[in-house]
Unconditional design. Structure first.
Length: 480
């Protein structure tokens, strides 16, 4: 299988040992494992190969061992191909839907799973927030999981009777070949705005990573493209068409026209115009921009043969994803928690909240460490444009100096409306003290996350939980 894909450059002993599992973590390897060596940005597991027990090895260079090994051009691709092959080729037993784009992926992926379940069928899912089979659901550590993790999850899902899987595809996951052993039936491209330039450097590289998903399609696959995504959507559609796939463009214009009819604090109403018919939808999700994320999943589900009534029912019941435009309000408070951590995502959230607020928009946010530094002042400018009061604070500084990050974000903000409070809990507290009737608070950047990451350690931190803790301390809600 590795040879067929042109990966093998050398091999040692010719015999084939019995392999009981595949690993890429030396701590999990046993004498019956196939150990795949990976050269990462921080650590090279080839250095441990000679001291790691295994039945055989896959590596990118010759290693010192008496056991058989295969040398390959690309260890990450080899790991992906081996994982999905070893764990039963799940893409041959499941209908696979994947979504890529800078923002909106998790919402689209999660809704697709809900629609499938509403139709009475079973669906697996991997996403930024949750990974799930029909019987289990676990919090996620990555947007796109390792191929070993995904292969095992999909194998379990098949055993539990799943017929579909919904897979979130990040640019980094695609670039690291985490999905290369899979083949997809339907994919969607939502948008491309600045993010991950610390690794991709520029838009062209970032786009190329997302474009790779087209190379992982089954012969009769369909590609859905958000036509509102500018030149990147156009290029995505063109590449998919040239590759021989059916492409459906949706948006304000395109093959499928989408119209947002109403948006308020109760949710949104939107229409899809397809094949000469209008299909109306209502959702409790806040923000007109969310409609386009949902349409990708709606069209994919319809193309699989799920009927409109079932889809509409699922959309109406769908309450969204944790940390995505979650609104909490009562006597003495009115706030949103959102994962927005890019300039475009922050702008979409603040524009929506500004339309809904009768008073001021109060923003609590920061920028993550070890990430694209160029987007920090851009986020500051967005905050300056749409927020009335800004509490600039820590996000996840990681190994970077927190005040350096804050200063880089602050470069885009007018100091008259900005308050710098590095302690995130204190910044949230100050926002609630500032709040008056009619105001809306936006706590942005961390969304669903349950920890705050500093240099070498993490502390428990959920924006939503901390917000309610502060409200109790301020006496704005009853102590539980």
């Amino acid at each position: 299988m590795l040879s067929k894909n042109g990966l093998v450059t050398d091999r040692s002993l010719p015999y084939n040992p019995e392999i009981k599992d595949v690993v890429h973590d030396s701590r999990e390897s046993t004498s019956s494992s196939l150990f795949v060596c990976i050269k990462g940005s921080r650590f090279d597991s080839h250095k441990l190969a000679s001291s790691t027990p295994a039945a055989a090895y896959v590596c990118e260079r010759t290693i010192s061992t008496a056991k058989p090994y295969v040398v390959v051009k690309d260890g990450r691709m080899a790991l992906s191909l081996i994982s999905y092959e070893f764990y039963g080729k799940p893409h041959e037993k499941l209908k696979l839907f994947s979504v890529t784009g800078t923002k909106g992926k998790t919402t689209a992926i999660t809704l697709f799973k809900k629609i499938v379940e509403e139709s009475g069928q079973k669906c697996a899912m991997t996403s930024t927030v949750v990974n799930a089979t029909p019987s289990i659901s676990k919090f996620s550590q990555h947007t796109t999981q390792s191929p070993l993790y995904t292969a095992k999850l999909l194998k379990k899902a098949v055993e539990e009777g799943a017929t579909y899987a919904s897979i979130e595809a990040s640019s980094q996951g695609l670039e690291m070949k985490r999905l290369d052993g899979l083949r997809f039936d339907r994919i969607a491209f939502l948008n491309l705005t600045r993010d991950h330039f610390d690794t991709h450097v520029n838009f062209e590289n970032y786009f190329a990573a997302k474009l790779h998903l087209v190379n992982l399609l089954k012969p009769n696959a369909i590609v859905f493209v958000n036509g509102n995504s500018g030149k990147w959507g156009k290029q995505y559609a063109e590449y998919a068409k040239k590759s021989g796939f059916k492409v459906v463009v949706f948006g304000r214009e395109g093959d499928v026209r989408v119209k947002v009819n109403e948006e308020n604090d109760s949710g949104i109403r939107f229409s899809i115009f397809l094949e000469g018919k209008e299909h109306d939808f209502s959702s409790s999700i806040i923000g007109g921009f969310m409609a386009y994320n949902m349409v990708a999943s709606i069209l994919a589900a319809h193309s699989f043969g799920i009927d409109w009534d079932t889809i509409k029912s699922a959309v109406k019941k769908f309450s969204g994803v944790e940390g995505r435009m979650e609104r909490y309000h009562g006597k003495g408070y009115d706030f949103y928690v959102d994962f927005a951590h890019t300039p475009a995502a922050l702008e979409a959230v603040l524009k929506t909240v500004k339309k809904l607020a009768t008073g001021r928009v109060i923003l609590v946010f920061g920028a993550g460490g070890e990430a694209d530094r160029g987007k920090r002042p851009l986020m500051g400018r967005v905050a300056q444009k749409y927020a009335d009061v800004i509490f600039l604070t820590n996000d996840n500084p990681k190994s970077e100096d927190p005040m350096t990050i804050i200063k880089e974000v602050a470069a885009g903000i007018d100091s008259e409306k900005m308050h710098v409070i590095p302690d995130r809990k204190e910044a949230i507290r100050r926002a609630f003290i500032e709040w008056k009737s009619g105001d809306r608070i936006v706590i942005a950047g961390k969304g669903h996350e349950k920890t705050q990451v500093f240099n070498g350690y993490e502390i428990p931190f959920s924006d939503k939980n901390v917000a309610f803790e502060v409200l109790r301390e301020l006496g704005k809600i009853e102590t539980l």
